[in-house]
Design a protein around this ligand. Structure first.
Ligand code: 13P
Length: 254
């Protein structure tokens, strides 16, 4: 089963407009170094347009994504961003249910599920994040927690929609800590997720879903992760803020 690898940069709440432009231009210019890999940049919402126009000016096929959105198309939702607005700016992807959204902003699986459906309805590819905390891993609850998140976040999707989703497995203890999961630890959970997706749809559909790993991915640990059969790319935080590191990771998946 050949799945196109996908490496996305989650810039989180970093950079300014000039630096966002500079980084985008650098990634676009060096895109050929990882030509076989789908690349996506996910800047803060206020810089999505800048990144989009920079990519267009460079005639680049690097994808554009947001880091969050609301599940409503418009209305009285102060401070929120609607799926059609992201589409309007040229977004093709949106990260949903990131652990920072779940833990800092109280997003629960049901909300992630509604957002996932709204993203698909708007024509966006949702990058749906799941992952256990250190406490949960140490209590041997990884499988239960990740299963609950996958089933809750992706409930009720048709097989055709499920196939479009990208799942990102991001163990919370590995995010921003420099403590990457071992390739074996990651593969074990990725295989579990693919098994769940098969139950939600069929083995054929599950075999086409891309599952990214996220959590302290760096150029020097990406190749070992990339060798695992169920790791189809990376969702990169800190290392996506440097073109060298981001491209280095992308190349490892090429
Ligand atoms: P780091 O790569 O900085 O650990 O962040 C991972 C992440 O949260 C990507 O969404």
């Amino acid at each position: 089963m050949s799945r196109k690898k996908i490496v996305a940069g989650n810039w989180k709440m970093n950079l300014d407009r000039a630096k966002a432009k500079e980084l985008t231009a650098a990634v676009a210019a060096r895109r050929g170094e990882a030509a076989a890999v789908e690349l996506v940049l996910c800047p803060p919402a206020v810089y999505v347009e800048t990144v989009g126009t920079t990519l267009t000016a460079a005639k680049s096929d690097v994808g554009l994504g947001a880091q969050n959105m609301l599940d409503k198309a418009s209305g009285a939702f102060t401070g929120e961003v609607a799926p059609p607005m992201l589409v309007d700016l040229g977004c093709q992807y949106v990260i949903l249910g990131h652990s920072e959204r779940r833990t800092l902003f109280g997003e629960i699986d049901a909300a992630v599920n509604m957002k996932t459906k709204a993203a698909l309805a708007a024509g966006l590819v949702p990058i749906v994040c799941v992952g256990e905390t250190l406490e949960e891993r140490e209590a041997d609850r990884t499988a239960a927690v990740v299963s609950g998140q996958v089933q809750g976040s992706l409930a009720g999707l048709s097989p055709a929609d499920l196939e479009k989703v990208v799942v990102a497995y991001e163990p919370v203890w590995a995010i921003g800590t420099g403590k990457v999961a071992t390739p074996e630890q990651a593969q074990e959970v990725h295989a579990l997720i693919r098994g769940l997706l098969a139950k939600l749809s069929s083995p054929e559909v599950a075999g086409r879903v891309r599952i990214q790993y996220g959590g302290s991915v760096k150029p020097d640990n990406a190749a070992d992760l990339a060798r695992q059969p169920d790791i189809d790319g990376a969702l990169v935080g800190g290392a996506s803020l440097k073109a060298d590191d981001f491209l280095g990771i992308a190349k490892a998946f090429g």
